[in-house]
Design a protein around this ligand. Sequence first.
Ligand code: SME
Length: 203
Amino acid sequence: MSGPRQRRPPETETETETETQAGAGRGAAREVDLEALRCEGARRLAAVEAVEPLGERAVAGRAALQAVCDRLHEAVPHYDWVGFYLVWPDDPRVLQLGPFAGAPTEHTRIPFGRGICGQVAERREALWIPDVGAEDNYLACSLETRAEVVVPVMWQGRFVGQLDIDSHVPDPFGLADHELLEGLCRDAAPVVGMLLDAWQTLP
Ligand code: SME
């Protein structure tokens, strides 16, 4: 059912296309200063590096990921669920739900390959899904979800986790979302990598 056209990132979208989108989706994205959100998230994530010792840095790292989820969820109208899944080293073919904002989900552990999240874990490339109803391999968190994007977090060549956004708006994601979410995943990478290392290192 799902073809490459549906799954491509919106990086080739033109400004004209963005401007013609109406409603609470891409239109809403323009009303929110996503660049400012990115900067705020980047600052919050970068501050984690200076925290010592490692145990406190891990606590700060988790809090920073939670803060990113909370801000995205409250600031962007078409981000109805925002969460990080992490690859814990003790079960490296399973995604474990980390910090999130939005309704609780039953999908707290997702095997690689299952659902949109599991496919991204296998591919290590983002999936932009404008219509989840057209997907065969999809795990529903909420019946209200219409669209989803999952962006991988890569650290030092390793796939360490991913950022998942669910939207109740059909086909809501545009170029601004792409830049924001890909950027935040790059900013979050050292924090997620540190958390996984701390998990193995700390008593
Ligand atoms: N929809 C995801 C599952 C995670 S929830 O969206 C929070 C999937 O298909 O993998």
